[in-house]
Design a binder for this molecule. Structure first.
Ligand code: FAD
Length: 500
């Protein structure tokens, strides 16, 4: 421990949903404010990030759009009353949201409109196949069978890869949720993840269109606490190294400043933890490195355009089926629609995974030129050349060192016990078992809700309960973190016979 370092009982690393939920719960339910929250950016909210977009002098004007999380995904189950905690937060601050109707779209190809029947038939076929996919995934788990790719599950459900229309429909229904293809994703865990949110809550997605921004759901409960009950918040403070032992944690900031703590909760994204940006001392044990390396961080990029005039239809969405490239600007969403940002003349399209990395490597003008070419194919060159682009922007989440991607996804070869390793505290083995000092929480540590805001929320909450137990009630005694998920780490499974 460094004698020049400031000591606090608890460090919360990261001020996104998980870190803010942990801080708020410790303050509000445990009357504990002896923590310092360290955030690298100048703002709280993390991957909930609203910004102004649109030219104030243009016909569409200036608006607030969400660069990161945008939907409350899963609301309230009408049969059971089970509510997504994110929906509860949104309602508590009267967040403006509007139901996204994914059936409200018109289909296009590179030379105008597409036969709507062909697209609707493909949508129905995908939906039927996905129903079978889900029930077969349930049967696999009940029968103790191993996981396979989501591609396997879709084929077993009767979905075949055919022409470019089916490829676009598949991308629209699968990649637009998981930001990765069925070939790369887990059959069983995508099914579980889908059921935990869209069955247990509801299958509705509400788009947030609130000038205060989505992050209000996490910042508002925190700042509603009396100042004396809140811990210290330090913005613009980037962590470069984290040391941990069975007695405490120390961190170094990019300024060179050091802080020590009895416990720390790290909520940095999986992408950050996968990158070499943070030095751990001692180096992360191989079981931790394997778990972090094995889970997937993908990127989902919304590209915003504002025009001098609205030339697209009044539907919420447009589906573009590119004849050659799967996932090339497949989904377009109009914000200039009732309930969203009417009159804004704003449209956005989304790309994922390798296409996100590709556009991030291009100049803004080169990306815009591609989009105008696609729109010219969809609506006709004369329609598109008759309007001006009054604003254009997209965030580079993959390149951003504070995120390195947008959200996690479960790859097919990832064993569920590895997720326990991913979230297990350090030091986590041997004598330190159950006595870890450095905890991990965030969307990627959630078995049920990886990828979603509700994952970050529930994991922040779990970690806060465990920390309260150790810091306040059980005096750091062995096993004070509680809960089975701080259990034995998986150190590799036997493969049965070996090939020599
Ligand atoms: C484009 C996009 C679209 C999404 N869409 C949805 C959606 O519609 N619905 C939904 O439910 N979820 C969505 N998500 C996922 C959702 O945003 C995340 O699950 C959630 O916000 C993650 O919260 P977190 O606290 O785990 O992590 P984060 O929000 O990443 O918080 C971690 C914090 O740590 C900080 N940090 C990182 N490194 C350092 C460092 N070295 N030093 C100091 N601070 C650091 C970061 O700045 C960040 O503020 C989307 C995400 C993105 C990016």
């Amino acid at each position: 421990q460094n004698s020049n370092a400031t000591h606090v009982p608890l460090l919360i690393l990261g001020g996104g949903m998980a870190g803010l939920r942990a801080a708020t719960l410790l303050s509000s339910s445990h009357n504990f404010s002896s923590y310092t929250l360290i955030e690298g950016s100048p703002r709280l909210g993390g991957r909930m990030h609203a910004t102004t977009f649109g030219s104030p002098t243009s016909p569409g004007g200036e608006h607030v759009v969400e660069l990161g999380a945008n939907w409350v995904q899963g609301l309230t189950n009408p049969d059971t009353g089970t509510t997504n905690p994110v929906w509860t937060l949104a309602q508590a601050v009267n967040l403006s949201t509007t139901y996204s109707d994914y059936t409200d779209f018109l289909p296009y190809s590179s030379n105008g409109t597409l036969n709507a029947d062909e697209v609707n038939n493909a949508m129905d076929a995908f939906s039927d196949a996905f129903d079978t996919y889900l029930s077969l995934a349930g049967e696999r788990q009940a029968g103790g069978l191993h996981d396979m790719t989501a591609r396997t599950g879709l084929r077993m459900g009767g979905w075949g890869e055919r022409g470019f229309v089916q490829r676009a429909v598949e991308y629209w229904n699968f990649d637009m949720e998981y930001a990765m293809s069925p070939d790369e994703s887990s059959w069983v865990q995508v099914a579980n993840n889908n059921n935990f949110t869209f069955n247990d809550f509801s299958d509705e997605n509400n788009l947030v269109v609130d000038p205060r921004g989505f992050s209000t759901i996490a910042t508002s409960p925190f700042y509603a606490l009396p100042a004396s009950q809140r811990g210290e918040v330090r913005l613009n403070s980037t962590v470069t190294s984290i040391g941990y032992s069975s007695t405490g944690v120390n961190i170094t900031l990019s300024s060179g400043e050091m802080l020590t703590a009895d416990y720390a909760l790290c909520t940095f994204s999986l992408g950050v933890l996968q990158s070499p940006r943070i030095t751990f001392t001692p180096p992360l044990p191989s079981w931790k490195q394997e778990a972090l390396s094995g889970f997937a961080m993908s990127t989902y990029t919304k590209i915003f355009l504002q025009f001098s005039d609205k030339f697209w239809p009044d539907t919420q969405f447009q589906l573009y089926a590119d004849p050659h490239s799967r996932g090339r600007y497949t989904q377009w969403q109009s914000l200039d629609a009732p309930g969203f940002l009417p009159g804004s003349k704003i449209l956005f399209t989304t790309v994922t995974a390798q296409d996100s990395i590709r556009v991030e490597s291009m100049s803004d003008s080169a990306v815009l030129a591609e989009l105008l070419q696609v729109l010219s194919g969809m609506y006709g060159p004369s329609v598109v050349s008759a309007v001006n682009v009054t604003d254009f922007y997209f965030p580079r989440w993959h390149a951003n060192p504070l995120f390195r991607g947008t959200y996690s996804n479960w790859p097919a070869a990832f064993h569920p016990a590895e997720l326990d390793n991913l979230r297990a505290p350090l030091p986590g083995t041997g004598a330190g078992l159950g006595q870890g000092r450095l905890l991990f929480a965030g969307e990627a540590t959630s078995f049920e809700y990886f990828g979603f805001l509700q994952g970050a929320y529930t994991e922040g909450e779990r970690a806060a309960r465990a920390l309260a137990n150790c810091l306040l009630y059980k005096g750091g005694q062995a096993g004070c973190l509680g809960e089975v998920w701080w259990g034995e780490v998986l150190e590799g499974e036997g493969v049965g016979e070996t090939y020599v």
